[in-house]
Ligand binder design. Sequence first.
Ligand SMILES: Nc1ncnc2c1ncn2[C@@H]1O[C@H](COP(=O)(O)OP(=O)(O)OP(=O)(O)O)[C@@H](O)[C@H]1O
Ligand SMILES: [Mg+2]
Length: 504
Amino acid sequence: MTHRPARRARCASASPLFTPHGTDRAARKAARRQLAEAAAKARAETAPHPSGGDEAEQEMPSALFPPRGRPGPASARGGKLKLPAHRMTTATVAGAYPFLAEGGLGAEGIYIGRDVHAEASFCFDPFALYGKIEGFTNPNVLLAGVIGQGKSALAKSFALRSVAFGYRVYVPCDPKGEWTPVAAVLGGTSIALGPGLPGKLNPLDAAPRPPSVAEADWAGEIRKRRLLLLGSLARTVLGRDLRPMEHTGLDVALDAVVTHATTAGCTPLLGDIAAMLNSPDDLDAAGGLMSGRLGDASRDLAHAMRRLVHGDLAGMFDAPSTVAFDPRSPMLTIDLSRLGGSGDDTALVLAMTCASAWMESALSDPHGGRRWIVYDEAWRLMRHPALLQRMQSQWKLSRGLGIANLMVIHRLSDLLTAGDAGSRGRALAEGLLADCSTRIIYRQETDQLHAAATLLGLTSVESEAIAHLNRGRGLWKVAGRSFIVQHQLHPQELSLFDTDARMH
Ligand SMILES: Nc1ncnc2c1ncn2[C@@H]1O[C@H](COP(=O)(O)OP(=O)(O)OP(=O)(O)O)[C@@H](O)[C@H]1O
Ligand SMILES: [Mg+2]
């Protein structure tokens, strides 16, 4: 072992730094002075000795290398090492250095903002990407982030900027009423629903028949959709699946009401269905011999339907629609901000179910062009399997119809609130996640990182990144490729999308 007296002498003792709690000002000052003197002494000793000095000391590398790099042969800077230049595709570099050298998604689509690591513009269009990048199997987008991070602002930018490409935007559920100004600016329509408001939607409205479908087939399709709607409403209110007799009860009630409405030349209403379910004798008579005791078995159903007719949603969905669906409108939003809460979100879910059923007529037209359906605040809907089921069936059809769904939630664990592991609700929610080729993650709380990493298969670098994102900045996972993107807002968008106004 080499003995280095000079080196040992240079180590300044840290003892003057230690000033026990309670020492007075003079003692602290003296300690500081001692430290300064010791440091100065140590500096003087380290300075190169003019006469050559200790040899071992001369060999010590300096703490900072000169601009030419580390001196000595190990630096390989002697000019003797020659390597051929190595060229590779951007895709390969992107694999070797994720984030730093991502090839980008191309310039097609709407401008979102800046790719933070590549310092490049970031554009995105789910329809343009479909079939172009591997693993991009559907146009649906999941957007998650804590409160106030700019999720809605991003969704609104999608809407506003996509309209320039001829896409239409539908917002079936706007619980805060924040989409109404956006629709107004774009020349779209907003329907406000709530107690005492004039807007009414009849979810049993029949969609206009597409010319390619035969009349009889279309009647069957309408009947199927109405039954699905009634089933969803009943399941949401009852909080359970329907029994076989209850299915029959709905079936019989619907047929009787539709027959009566057709002869009278009017549209069937939810109120008529509720009245029919409420009169057991009529139901038994309409059900014929096969009905058994249909009237008794449908008693729960009658109470469930009553909520839509006489409960907190009275008047909104049990009257003829006051607005006709305009398929040419660039944007349609349903403002549910004045619905009034009953503690839980059941009223919101029922309203959303009715509104989306009413919208379905336009959405199921394959010639309706490219459309966005935005489920803002979707975390409020996650606990209701009946609605999730409707959403999922819509998502499955999205590719064929040219529809991109955008679902906004707070945290990934919102998906887990749909039910226990293995339950139907959980399977539906996980199915929705699996059907989103694009996942945009805004900042997540630290206790949520594990759930996010597990559900999305994030790397440790990505999990670390999402814990420290600023407002408007998100991790974009597009079919397995990752980007950190800063969403940039035009000043006019900023004032239009401002949801912080009341905080200032
Ligand atoms: N990229 C951005 N640059 C600057 N400001 C932004 C950006 N994105 C959003 N904001 C502003 O941040 C505020 C909150 O945004 P926003 O309402 O979209 O948040 P949010 O995530 O939807 O919140 P919540 O979860 O409460 O719905 C808005 O006033 C908006 O103008
Ligand atoms: Mg929001």
